[in-house]
Design a protein around this ligand. Structure first.
Ligand code: AMP
Length: 409
């Protein structure tokens, strides 16, 4: 494990935009402007991803740079899909930074090149959706060079796509000096420190639907953390691996051997490995389904566990209470249905209480972030990661191409 330790601690020692000479320079800033859009109106429904990168943009503008922002939005698969245009983002970005944003509608075409060349220090530009060009996702070096030719420096603030080796996230760093933006720097330093220099006790909490999405994460966190807490649908293959009956609960049969090996691994390391002892089991996967509370290893046929039960909730609450470092990825149940949100809410409250008492808490992307926000606890968590898939790969200890390509300090 030493190799991985060394690798991750190097990761957050990447060169920051703070150390770049920005005066009079053009900067290509890879952002994560993959914002949620209203399906009917196309309006932006949450602009956190835009406001989160604004400090990096302001930092560079204030130091005499001109900033060419770029991002993908959705999955247009190499076609110019007007419903996934970044034009609404340009308008919102302009509001957020308080100055006009020039739009480059042909990405690296002649119009964009002319507008980029004419940019003055203090001015901002946004390129059209990079994934309108099929060469973005294939990491085509010609496209990476075309992007690089627009600027003098490359800065990345796109943690959410750092696990992808695309032209704008990795390829471009062959052609320009590459730095971490303020948001990316914050993200990797908080997560890197929590993983590699945690204050103890370090408790990791994993949930969500499928264990197969989290195979590498369970293994790596077992080594790093002092205790592992498992809930959500991903707990059921573990319970089956121990010989329990799980009724009609969500279950991936091919994960049994893996789950068994993780239970052995926890025992060999002498680490507490918490699994649910009871469940709230529903007759149907529906918000209004009748339900019963039962032992998690005795769920009747015709019922499926949709949340951790009350006994488990209080055990998990207690296990989290004294933690000084907490990493949480994935809800404890189907929190989208209020009747099955209690386990996730209890864990969110325990994490928030521990944070109030001085713990560092990190909630990793996607559904866990949505759950914490929906339940009203986000302001009592130290850090909510912007990247779902990228956060998981980071927690696995994997090399993320969008971080590896940045200059070392
Ligand atoms: P993930 O993307 O793997 O983090 O999974 C998040 C999803 O898992 C959420 O939409 C939850 O509704 C779902 N989930 C959590 N617990 C369960 C469960 N016991 N059965 C089915 N789905 C679940």
């Amino acid at each position: 494990m030493r190799g991985k330790d060394i690798y991750i601690s190097m990761e957050y020692r990447k060169k920051s935009v703070r150390s770049a000479d920005l005066m009079g320079k053009k900067v290509l800033l890879r952002c994560d402007f993959n914002v949620p859009l209203d399906k009917k109106t196309g309006a932006i429904t949450a602009d956190t991803r835009i406001t989160a990168t604004a400090p990096t943009i302001r930092f560079m503008l204030d130091r005499g740079a001109s900033v060419i922002t770029c991002s993908h939005l959705g999955k247009p698969k190499g076609n110019a899909d007007p419903s996934l245009s970044l034009t609404p983002v340009a308008a919102r970005l302009s509001d957020v930074i308080g100055s006009p944003v020039v739009f480059g509608s042909d990405i690296t075409g002649p119009e964009t090149r002319a507008k980029a060349a004419a940019l003055k220090p203090g001015q901002t530009m946004l390129l059209e959706n990079l994934r309108f060009d099929p060469r973005e996702e294939t990491n085509d070096p010609v496209f990476a060079k075309e992007l690089a030719d627009l600027a003098d420096i490359y800065v990345s603030d796109a943690f959410g796509t750092a696990h992808r080796a695309h032209a704008s996230t990795a390829g471009i760093a062959q052609f320009l000096p590459a730095y971490a933006g303020l948001l990316l720097e914050k993200e990797i330093s908080i997560m890197g420190k929590a993983l590699n220099e945690p204050k103890h006790p370090f408790v990791a909490i994993l949930g969500g639907a499928k264990v197969t999405d989290k195979i590498g994460v369970v293994s790596n966190l077992l080594e790093k953390a002092d205790a592992l807490i498992v809930g959500g649908g991903m707990a059921f293959p573990f319970i089956r691996a121990l010989g329990g009956s799980i009724g009609d609960s969500i279950f991936e049969g091919d994960s049994i051997d893996y789950c068994r090996s993780m239970i052995f691994k926890a025992a060999a390391l002498g680490k507490p490995f918490f699994l649910p002892v009871d469940a709230i089991a529903a007759a149907r996967f529906a918000a209004d389904s009748p339900f019963q509370i039962c032992r998690s290893d005795k769920i009747p046929d015709g019922y499926m566990g949709l949340d951790i039960g009350p006994d488990t909730q209080s055990r998990y609450h207690d296990a989290i209470a004294g933690a000084k470092t907490i990493i949480w990825n994935g809800p404890m149940g189907v929190f989208e249905f209020p009747a099955f949100a209690g386990g996730t809410a209890t864990v969110a409250e325990a994490v928030a209480n521990a944070t109030d008492s001085g713990a560092i808490s990190i909630v990793g992307g996607g559904d866990s972030a949505a759950a914490v926000e929906q339940l009203g606890f986000s302001f009592r968590i130290s850090h909510i990661s912007t990247g779902g898939g990228a956060a998981l790969e980071f927690l696995e200890g994997k090399e993320l191409p969008g971080i590896a390509c940045l200059l070392n300090k």
